[in-house]
Design a protein around this ligand. Structure first.
Ligand code: BES
Ligand code: MN
Ligand code: MN
Length: 463
């Protein structure tokens, strides 16, 4: 059965890419208020895609949070495989902002194929990978008239801003997403040609730290030396949050964190990883930083950390302006690992910055969004169906890795819904997620579709 569907996917592969290009032309940047219409247009596009595939009960589900109307979820189902398991397919159609635009070789929302890669914002994260799900369903339904398992699909438009809308939906209407297993394709392969399942994600808190000094902006010659400077204050506070050796200095920050098992660490050590190659070609810096007593994989997968994303405020135009700004902000996030709770970490951080706040400065800390860390089980029939499927497609054994990134809703699938989740992603380490020149290797787009077809078939066959 899957051979025919795989054949269909191969014959229609070019059309699938053309459709993906159309979706990539829609600038569905979820964080940008000016793009609300585009975000909705992307949701509509996905809805039509699911209808065309032959899915049923396809609809947009509106979301809202305390402060704003949210972006819609797209839902679809096909529930006629009596006696078979139900699989929940998850993806997101929203993307991160594309700036800085002048770093892109081709414009972010004008997809271009070069050297077997499709370049655009969202190519791999996650429009391309989400589209693989839709096209796998189409390939099965158009050739066999049915699916090997029951399927529900949920695609969100707020993953890149914390996923509050889908979290509320899961809390209030979790029964509508009831499934025996979830499949998420929003992660990476460890290396080209190496089939990979991601079995853990870091959680996060994303915050703004605002420092206020004088009542108004001041002439820095007239007042410099006597008036507090909010940027200097932020720099001093940030420097105290993270020591030079990568250690986070917030009291109690590391309390209760769960270490990876010996077996997991052992497995990580046998992954094909060349630190020097990673430094030079992936990171492109003169040195790697952080807690050097931990390996790079541990530092990015199983250790918490802190980063600063931007510091809005003051004068950032061309040229010079001699001003002491009245206020300044730093966008600061922490990545969390199992054993850490977002609210608790936030409380410790807030208390600490209030204590270390320099004289003459008022600090305000706000949480923008948060998500819990998660480690999923590797010992179940769904994981085996995934590794069997990828063995057929790649001719290789699957490696198990964790991801340093976050997908907030995955923790809720596992904890709230009790749904075992398989994270089978097809991105590559150099796909430039969230950065200029994001790409998706087209061979992996096609292999992803084939893997999903075979996975669903395998689950249906009870293998
Ligand atoms: N797909 C990524 C997460 C990811 C990337 C997991 C690579 C594993 C490997 C996701 O779209 C993402 O970027 N999430 C955000 C989280 C969000 C709350 C802003 C992230 O990790 O920064
Ligand atoms: Mn993603
Ligand atoms: Mn992302």
């Amino acid at each position: 059965m899957s051979e025919v569907a795989v054949g269909f996917a191969k014959e229609n592969g070019e059309r699938f890419v053309e459709e993906l290009k159309e979706l990539l032309r829609i600038p569905s940047v979820s964080t940008a208020p000016e793009h609300v219409g585009d975000v909705r247009a992307a949701a509509e596009f996905v809805k039509v895609g699911l209808e065309t595939a032959g899915m049923e009960n396809v609809r947009l589900i509106e979301t809202s949070t305390k402060t704003r109307k949210g972006h819609p979820l797209v839902y679809a189902e096909w529930l006629h495989a009596a006696g078979k398991p139900t699989v929940l397919l998850y993806g997101h159609y929203d993307v991160q902002p594309a700036e800085p635009l002048d770093e892109w070789k081709s414009p972010p929302f004008e997809p271009e194929i070069r050297d077997g890669n499709i370049y655009a914002r969202g190519a791999v994260d996650d429009k391309g990978q989400m589209w693989m799900h839709v096209k796998a369903l189409e390939s099965l339904l158009k050739t066999d008239g049915k699916l090997p398992v029951n399927v529900r699909v949920i695609v969100e438009g707020e993953e890149e801003v914390g996923g509050e809308g889908i979290a509320a939906f899961v809390r209030e209407h979790g029964d509508q997403l009831k499934a025996d297993a979830a499949l998420v394709s929003d992660t990476e392969m460890f290396a080209p040609e190496l089939p990979t399942l991601c079995v853990g994600l870091r959680g996060m808190i994303y915050t703004e730290l605002e420092a206020k000094g004088a009542a108004t902006d001041l002439h820095s010659g007239m007042y410099g030396g006597a008036a507090p400077n909010p940027f200097v204050a932020l720099a001093q506070m940030i420097a105290q949050l993270k020591r030079e050796d990568g250690h986070i200095a917030i009291p109690g920050f590391y309390d209760g964190i769960e270490e990876p098992t010996k077996a997991e660490l052992e497995a990580w050590r046998s992954l094909p990883f060349d630190e020097e190659e990673y430094r030079k070609h992936e990171v492109g810096s003169t040195e790697l930083t952080g807690e050097t007593m931990f390996s790079v994989l541990e530092r990015t997968w199983s250790r918490p950390t802190m980063d600063v994303h931007g510091m809005p405020g003051g004068f950032i135009g061309a040229g010079a302006k001699t001003v002491i700004p009245a206020k300044a902000t730093a966008k600061i996030s922490f990545r969390l690992v199992p054993g850490m709770k977002p609210e608790e970490t936030f409380a410790k951080y807030k208390k600490f910055v209030e204590e270390i706040c320099p004289k003459g400065i008022q600090v305000k800390v706000t949480m923008i969004h948060s998500g819990e860390p998660i480690v999923v089980s590797t010992d179940n029939e769904y994981v085996r169906a995934a590794t069997d499927a990828m063995a057929k497609v790649f001719g290789k054994e699957t490696v198990f890795v964790r991801g340093g990134g976050s997908i907030p809703i995955v923790g809720d699938f596992v904890r709230e819904l009790g749904t075992p989740t398989v994270m089978m992603g097809f991105g590559l380490p150099d796909d430039n997620l969230h950065a200029p020149n994001e790409k998706f290797h087209l061979a992996n787009f096609h292999r992803g579709i084939e893997s999903i077809v075979r996975f669903l078939d395998g689950v249906g066959a009870g293998r």
